[in-house]
Write a protein that binds this ligand. Structure first.
Ligand SMILES: *[C@@H]1O[C@H](CO)[C@@H](O)[C@H](O)[C@H]1NC(C)=O
Ligand SMILES: *[C@@H]1O[C@H](CO)[C@@H](O)[C@H](O)[C@H]1NC(C)=O
Ligand SMILES: *[C@@H]1O[C@H](CO)[C@@H](O)[C@H](O)[C@H]1NC(C)=O
Ligand SMILES: *[C@@H]1O[C@H](CO)[C@@H](O)[C@H](O)[C@H]1NC(C)=O
Ligand SMILES: *[C@@H]1O[C@H](CO)[C@@H](O)[C@H](O)[C@H]1NC(C)=O
Ligand SMILES: *[C@@H]1O[C@H](CO)[C@@H](O)[C@H](O)[C@H]1NC(C)=O
Ligand SMILES: *[C@@H]1O[C@H](CO)[C@@H](O)[C@H](O)[C@H]1NC(C)=O
Ligand SMILES: *[C@@H]1O[C@H](CO)[C@@H](O)[C@H](O)[C@H]1NC(C)=O
Length: 610
């Protein structure tokens, strides 16, 4: 029995008879098979794995062309259920070459459907898996597809589709091409580390022992400019029917993983032969609390920002968890920007929009554990006009320590009152929403501007609390459309521009004004909405001003990336005086069940003296 993993002569691979094709000929060197839709006969390979839905085979001889997969998926539960076919057998099948996808946002998977077995030779050889990064190219670390024009987040989106352009694979340079060139292959990931929490299906993203970019101190990969980490892969449901735990955390280490490369649900997967085996976890289990505490005077004001995820007063566990974070991890900052505050009856859709019970429930819970008294400020939305969980009427709000700060000349605006910058500068409404009837805010949260002063009345500053429209409905980074669709990037850019224009108005009237903008921007700093915000407003990114390393700039985890979608920006006058800032990774580091919110909070310490 000869080892089948030796690279054969390319020429001989192509010398098959006209109708009996090799696996390599079926796959070709592009995404789509040149034989798509055709019936083929006498396709021969060694069985590498079986699932409940099909059988994976690899060519007896390997190709010398690394763009071409040597493996093929034979789709058919009858074949899969045939106990006389085992891993290591050589089988010859007829079938129809098929490109399958479940939605047109996904890539096609090349497979042989309706397979009929012509011949089985038992136990010919056990295929040795390809070790990723050793027997293959090293997974490309930055670019996903040649069709992205160098930037997976470029605007406009969807200039083309892989299914239309069908590019020749370049697995050395493009991450999707790399995984596509291994479609159906049996591979091994050495020394895997979890870079995501498992999804609700127990699927976990990992990287192996190959070179990566963007690795942060916890072991995850942080998204940065033109680098959304295509070197990672998601580990799916084990082929042997076992299940992966859902309690894994970012930074968990596992025994080597062997499995089959495939594409499903918008991503390249490895389906492991059996469940993951944990060998260790990142330490410490929990992040430290912030080191930034208030001076209680204008020279050291602490500012927190926290999306408290669908916060309703009836969810007493969530209330006490959030209050615990604000006291234990954020150290009760002087002013706290919060997002996703629901009305007094939470998601019950009954016309209630007032949130005074919600906010006083939170401030009472904080006082109960800390003794600290917070006051709050917000403006109610109109019923069902601001998006989010149906009936919840989420809005942004401020909590502030009434022993340190107060609203300057309070004059709250109504839901539809457009705030304006008056000479001073000062605000028409305090607090008040920005341009609430502008169509850019349809079904979306309106920003809330407020002006504050220290209790001696000597130092004032402005705050803008935002929660821009979410990315829901966007296509996968490994999907068909290139660059991927980032919804709704044009609308979010308008929201950024409107927010920025208001701030620019304050800074035009007083270039030395202290202005803080913070919130859930639902966007990365390298993408058009945030770039627009910075250019139009003249504000400074807090992370940049505080010198937080690029890899540690994250507040959220989505698919394979750790990323910053919650941002704080400060006016140049604040930045000039020197700032400190920390992201508190109390939710990204813990398991899914232990997270209190899907976002991490941030704390900054700023000098707001005149
Ligand atoms: C398929 O292989 C069988 C022998 O196993 C042979 O008789 C037949 O001619 C082959 N068919 C084609 C189309 O190559
Ligand atoms: C399994 O495959 C062999 C070879 O094609 C065939 O003879 C047998 O009938 C199959 N068994 C079932 C249950 O389909
Ligand atoms: C398969 O072949 C190998 C090597 O010849 C042998 O050690 C093994 O026992 C065989 N397995 C089965 C299931 O027959
Ligand atoms: C991408 O563009 C194509 C061609 O205009 C269109 O058919 C398709 O629906 C678009 N896909 C998405 C996800 O927007
Ligand atoms: C909430 O506001 C309503 C109406 O203004 C008032 O009657 C009620 O006492 C307030 N509740 C709390 C907890 O502040
Ligand atoms: C106050 O804290 C205690 C524990 O310290 C807790 O049992 C109680 O439920 C809390 N009450 C409120 C209103 O949060
Ligand atoms: C921002 O909005 C203004 C006013 O509508 C418009 O003139 C300007 O082009 C916009 N800027 C950007 C960068 O979108
Ligand atoms: C801004 O502050 C600086 C000192 O920090 C001062 O020199 C400058 O005149 C001020 N500019 C305005 C427009 O007040």
């Amino acid at each position: 029995m000869k080892s089948a993993s030796v690279c054969g002569l390319c020429a001989s691979l192509l010398a098959a008879t006209a109708s009996a094709l090799t696996i390599q000929e079926i796959n070709g060197n592009r995404y789509l098979s040149p034989y798509n839709g055709q019936e083929v006969t006498n396709v021969t390979g060694i069985v590498t794995a079986k699932s409940s839905a099909g059988v994976y085979i690899r060519s007896v001889r390997r190709s010398c062309d690394r763009r071409v997969s040597d493996a093929l998926y034979l789709y058919g539960s009858q074949l899969a259920g045939n106990a006389s076919i085992a891993v290591g057998d050589k089988i010859t099948v007829d079938g129809k070459v098929t490109e399958y996808r479940s939605t047109d946002a996904y890539l096609y998977l090349t497979e042989l459907s309706f397979p009929v077995v012509r011949a089985i030779t038992k136990n010919v050889t056990q295929i040795k898996p390809l070790v990723i990064g050793k027997d293959t190219y090293k997974p490309p670390t930055e670019q996903f597809s040649s069709l992205d024009g160098g930037d997976v987040f470029a605007v406009p989106n969807n200039k083309t589709q892989i299914s239309v352009a069908n590019p020749v694979l370049d697995p050395e340079h493009y991450g999707m091409d790399f995984w596509e060139s291994l479609s159906g292959e049996l591979v091994t990931v050495r020394a895997p580390v979890a870079i995501s929490k498992p999804s609700k299906y127990g699927e976990t993203w990992v990287v192996g022992d190959w070179p990566t970019t963007g690795k942060n101190g916890r072991g995850g990969l942080t998204l940065s400019d033109k680098d959304a980490n295509p070197e990672s892969v998601i580990i799916g449901r084990p082929l042997d029917g076992t299940s992966n735990l859902k309690s894994y955390k970012i930074g968990d280490k596992f025994q080597d993983i062997t499995g089959i490369v495939t594409y499903q649900f918008g991503f390249y997967y490895i389906l492991p032969t059996t469940k993951l085996a944990l060998t260790g976890s990142a330490e410490p289990t929990l992040p430290p609390p912030t080191s930034l505490t208030s001076d209680g005077t204008c020279s050291g004001i602490t500012v927190g920002d926290y999306n408290i995820e669908n916060f309703a007063p009836s969810n007493t566990k969530h209330v006490s968890n959030v209050a615990g974070h604000i006291y234990n991890y954020l150290k009760t900052p002087d002013i706290l920007f919060v997002q996703e505050v629901q009305d007094n009856t939470g998601p019950t859709d009954n016309g209630v929009v007032d949130a005074n019970v919600t906010l006083s429930t939170l401030t009472a819970a904080i006082k109960n554990i800390s003794g600290v008294e917070y006051a709050f400020a917000s403006v109610d939305p109109l019923d069902k006009q601001d998006g989010g969980q149906p009936g919840g009427n989420i809005r942004v709000a401020y909590l502030y320590r009434s022993d340190v700060l107060r609203l300057r000349k309070p004059n709250p605006g109504g839901s539809l009152d457009a705030n304006a910058v008056l000479d001073g500068p000062t605000l028409k409404y305090n607090p008040g929403r920005i341009d609430p009837t502008n169509p850019a805010w349809t079904s979306s949260r309106k920003p809330l501007v407020a002006e504050w002063e220290t209790l001696d009345g000597k130092n004032n500053f402005f705050t803008v609390n935002v929660h821009w429209e979410s990315k829901g409905g966007s296509t996968s980074l490994q999907g068909d459309v290139r660059p991927p669709v980032n919804l709704p990037v044009e609308k979010r850019t308008q929201q950024a521009n409107i927010t920025a224009t208001f701030i620019a108005d304050i800074l035009e009237k007083d270039p030395n004004a202290s202005v803080i903008m913070a919130g859930d921007c639902n966007e990365f700093s390298v993408v058009l909405p945030i770039i627009t915000f910075e250019q139009v407003s003249g504000m400074v990114d807090l992370d940049v001003a505080a010198g937080i390393p690029v890899t540690e700039r994250y507040t959220y985890t989505f698919a394979n990336d750790m990323e910053e979608i919650d941002h704080t920006f400060i006016s140049p006058a604040i930045a000039r005086k020197g700032v400190k800032a920390e992201h508190i990774h109390i939710n990204t580091w813990v398991s899914f069940d232990d997270a209190v919110s899907d976002h991490d909070p941030t704390v900054a310490k700023l000098n707001l003296c005149k």
